[in-house]
Design a protein around this ligand. Structure first.
Ligand SMILES: [Fe+2]
Length: 294
């Protein structure tokens, strides 16, 4: 399907750079990319960077990169952002540092800025010895980003009415007595969701819930789980299958507390998309909270 956007990259500030670097290379199994001092960059395909960790004091998303797939899409999105009062700022210096042709920064209601980019540099396919079929990125980008915010409606509005993402479906479910969670899932290409948004009942200290990478082979999710099991890292959710996107996955807690989902086999969006509906459970089976951080 033709599409205007792909998930370009995520930049995450971390309080322990070395632990996060080892986590992405040895546990998740991504390929290391060249990176500036005080940062470590990783990729899961030909793009020169996909997930970058930056030394800091917090453990949270500091930028969500969205790649416009044509100059026309980039310009049209920029115009919609300006018209909606988001005051996007073009930043040539940051564009060079992010290895893109153009970049505009957009402040968001959920906290971390969006970086709308054009022309993310691609190179040779990286060695990904832990993933025999690589990752699902073609036409979709590196994976997905999920945040939680009390500014739920404003963030939904930004994604659907301004950026032009579409609602895939939503989940509303009682996770404990009296505690209901609501999550909306948004697509911009064939991936079921490139961005999802959980409604926080009050201001949370961090916005990032998890980043997801999608393996091309089911067994490689199991092998990633085995590598995780051999560490003392927390496992927020063991292996399971989601109800809405039908992804087979698990969630490991990265050093610092945000999570990474490694998955396989999610449902793809087909047009016209006629499955916009609510779900009342997160998973068909599994995804039990498995292990607290060691
Ligand atoms: Fe996810």
């Amino acid at each position: 399907m033709s599409h205007d956007f792909e998930t370009a990259y995520a930049i995450v500030e971390v309080s322990d750079l070395e632990a996060n670097a080892a986590f992405f290379s040895e546990v998740i199994g991504l390929a290391a990319s060249p990176a500036a001092e005080g940062t470590r960059a990783f990729t899961n395909d030909e793009a020169v960077h996909r997930i970058t960790v930056v030394q800091g004091t917090r453990d949270d998303l500091v930028a969500y990169g969205i790649e416009a797939m044509s100059p026309a899409s980039f310009e049209a999105t920029l115009a919609r952002l300006s018209a909606a009062g988001y005051a996007p700022v073009e930043n040539a210096d940051l564009a060079r540092r992010r290895s893109v042709d153009r970049l505009v920064e957009v402040a968001t209601p959920f906290g971390a800025p969006i970086e709308l980019v054009l022309g993310l540099e691609r190179g040779a396919a990286p060695a990904l010895p832990h993933y025999q079929a690589g990752f699902v990125t073609k036409g979709q980008g590196f994976g997905h980003v999920v945040v939680a915010t009390e500014h739920f409606d404003a963030t939904s509005h930004l994604f659907t009415e301004v950026l032009g993402f579409s609602l895939s479906d939503w989940i509303e479910t009682e996770i404990m007595e009296g505690i209901t969670i609501e999550v909306r899932f948004f697509h911009c290409n064939a991936r079921h969701h490139s961005f999802a948004l959980a409604k926080a009942p009050f201001a949370l200290p961090t916005a990032l819930h998890h980043l997801m990478v999608e393996a091309g082979d089911r067994d490689d999710v199991g092998r990633a789980f085995d590598r995780t099991w051999a560490t003392t890292l927390g496992i927020a959710n063991g292996l399971g299958v989601h109800d809405n996107d039908q992804m087979f996955s698990f969630y490991v807690i990265a050093p610092g507390g945000y999570q990474v989902e490694v998955g396989y086999g999610a449902k793809q969006i087909t047009e016209p998309w006629d499955q916009v509906r609510g779900y009342d459970q997160i998973s068909i089976w599994g995804h039990q909270p498995l292990r607290l951080p060691g």
